[in-house]
Design a protein around this ligand. Structure first.
Ligand code: GN1
Ligand code: MG
Length: 371
């Protein structure tokens, strides 16, 4: 959602990408935790608006490869759009990578900052949380469409732009290193997180083990399919696509499925301050999975189904662990509004994990019914 603050700063970057027309407005856009995003408005040209982003190069160490992955995935999806039966008759959009006047997919500013631009999807909105059953189903369907469109793209043609991303055992190893150096006090909340993580560390390897045993294989993934990356058409209320293609890379589709469900089945959302009341909503889980399977059933294997529950539990735990580690480390990765922000975010995800565990039988039941 627009934050409404007008900035002069990114103007020189916007100028690199615009094809014609004067820039009349630039404002901060969205609520990303890593990059800085702006909506640029041009004067009286056909495509009036575009999205401009300053990529966080502390997180994305090789941003050129991020752009390469993005272009490969976007071009692949655009080629399939006309013929894909699962979106026949529906509006479906892919954010196109815009080029600079020199024909490059990014602009390196004199201060070393890395900028890129993508097309703006108009007449569509995003929501931070799932609004109702229909929205939940559309969220699931979007991930299914995304996986289907990229299903025949060989994953080894994509670069690994974020080493260790969604590899839970590696987050755990980093957590241990950070914890060994942590010297500040231990509040009841910190102790809750510490105990929570130590009780679950033995189960952190489940998806990576399945990958090593050949039970699950690498595919192109989105990497960050949370609810507010899914665009909903303002008139039909149907999903029209998924944005934020920074983390498109080889991975397990289970990372996406788990991440989507941890985001979608938490009605107050990941930024709620009422962390003690957070619950995993199994009705929304059924709706999202039904939407996902309406297209993904075609390519899911028996093994894929076997790991669905674990993916939901593990990705939720993993995000809690990532937020908690960042809190202990002094907030070096995720943007924060105050020093306790990442601790609060961690508590939300760990409470959600606890709730998923207490609903394990119900979730297995939903998966069995839909299988
Ligand atoms: C980060 O920056 P943003 O909001 O798109 C993070 C995701 C987390 C998400 C939690 C590259 O995404 O993995 O799930 O925050 N992205 C990266 O809101 O770490
Ligand atoms: Mg993202």
């Amino acid at each position: 959602m627009p934050r409404g603050k007008i900035l002069k700063d990114p103007l020189s970057a916007a100028e690199q990408f615009k094809t014609s027309g004067r820039v009349i407005d630039i404002r901060e856009f969205g609520s990303g935790n890593i990059n800085n995003t702006f909506l640029v408005t041009l004067e009286a040209v056909e495509e009036k608006q575009f999205i401009l982003q300053r990529v966080n190069t502390h997180v994305f160490r090789q941003p050129e490869l991020v752009m390469l992955n993005m272009r490969i995935a976007v071009e692949h999806m655009l080629r399939h759009l006309q013929s894909a039966p699962f979106i026949a008759g529906r509006r479906w959009e892919v954010p196109r990578v815009l080029l600079t006047q020199e024909g490059r997919d990014h602009w390196l500013a004199p201060d070393g900052s890395f900028w890129r631009a993508v097309s703006f999807i108009d007449s569509a909105l995003t929501f931070d949380t799932v609004q109702n059953t229909e929205h939940a189903e559309e969220v699931g369907r979007t991930i299914g469409v995304f996986h289907s469109l990229l299903n025949d793209l060989p994953p080894d043609g994509l670069a690994d732009t974020l080493k260790g991303f969604h590899i839970t055992p590696l987050y755990l190893r980093h957590f241990d290193e950070v914890l060994a150096k942590y010297g500040a006090g231990k509040s009841p909340e910190v102790n809750y997180c510490l105990r929570f993580v130590s009780e679950r560390s033995a189960r952190a390897h489940v998806l990576e083990n399945a990958k090593e045993q050949g039970r699950l294989r690498l595919r192109p993934i989105h990497g960050d399919p949370k609810v507010n990356n899914i665009m909903i058409d303002t008139s039909t209320c149907q999903a029209v696509g998924i944005v934020d293609l920074d983390t498109v890379k080889p991975g397990l589709i289970h990372y996406d499925i788990g991440d989507c469900l941890r985001s979608g089945c938490n009605p107050p959302g990941e930024e709620t301050e009422q962390w003690e009341t957070v619950r995993f909503d199994t009705d929304l889980c059924r709706d999202i999975l039904r939407g996902y399977l309406s297209t993904a059933r075609e390519f899911l294997t028996e093994n894929d189904f076997d790991y669905l529950y674990e993916s939901i539990r593990l990705l939720t735990f993993e995000l809690g662990l990532r937020f908690f580690t960042d809190y202990l480390e002094g907030n070096v990765y995720f943007k924060v509004k105050n020093p306790e922000h990442n601790l609060l975010r961690a508590l939300v995800q760990l409470k959600l994990t606890e709730s998923i565990e207490s609903r394990e039988t119900a979730i297995h039941g939903i998966i069995k019914d839909l299988r």
